[in-house]
Design a protein around this ligand. Structure first.
Ligand SMILES: NC(=O)c1ccc[n+]([C@@H]2O[C@H](COP(=O)([O-])OP(=O)(O)OC[C@H]3O[C@@H](n4cnc5c(N)ncnc54)[C@H](OP(=O)(O)O)[C@@H]3O)[C@@H](O)[C@H]2O)c1
Length: 171
């Protein structure tokens, strides 16, 4: 059973996270941060997010991949599928030191935030607006302590600057 969740997301300056079921930016340092942070852990994603991952990269390597879909016959190679978040949280168990990371998209972020179990969030704030059609849901910022982890400036590999923050739930 899972009783606490972590969450990881990158948002643009308008809180946008995606467009046409895909990402809107190519920021290798953020991609690397995502990989390092989620490596060895459980990643929980919506079916549309799963669909958006290029076939050669899925399931995401070195992680337990979990997909939420209301379609009870949906299957994906190497992934676990659940048809509700309650079912998912009740049936998954974590190894010592393992965390369950909510990795989106918007519908799944919203579901997770509504459980009240999100203890820890890693949010990359990108200093550019990309014209998204999908947005990270509003959440109560007062409930979280925010600390900066690192920042990236514009350079030949990064078309936009960004800052990565950790949000830890206050108790
Ligand atoms: N910037 C970032 O960090 C980031 C991260 C992840 C994703 N994204 C972007 O986000 C977008 C996708 O987000 P999205 O909100 O459209 O889709 P999503 O959250 O990835 O997936 C939605 C799907 O999840 C399933 N679902 C939703 N609620 C459910 C529930 N209560 N119980 C069981 N299953 C449920 C449904 O699958 P079925 O239709 O199969 O029933 C639904 O169609 C893409 O553009 C992607 O690139 C961005």
């Amino acid at each position: 059973m899972i009783t606490a969740l972590s969450l990881i997301v990158a948002v643009d300056a308008a809180n946008g996270i995606g467009k046409n079921n895909g990402l809107m930016w190519n920021l290798p340092a953020d991609m690397q941060f995502f990989k390092e942070t989620t490596k060895g852990h459980v990643v929980i994603m919506g079916r549309k997010n799963y669909d958006s991952i290029p076939e050669k990269y899925r399931p995401l390597a070195g992680r337990t991949n979990v997909i939420l879909s209301r379609n009870t016959v949906f299957e994906a190679p190497g992934c676990l599928v659940f048809s509700s978040i309650e079912d998912c949280l009740a049936n998954l168990s974590l190894a010592a030191g393992q965390q369950a990371f909510i990795i989106g998209g918007a519908q799944i972020y919203e579901l997770a935030l509504n459980t009240g179990l999100v203890e820890n969030m890693f949010i990359t704030h990108i200093d550019k607006t990309y014209g998204a059609d999908t947005f990270f849901p509003d959440f109560n910022q007062n409930k979280y302590e925010k600390t900066i982890l690192f920042e990236q400036s514009i350079n030949e590999k990064h078309e936009a600057s960004f800052k990565v923050y950790q949000y830890t739930k206050k108790h």
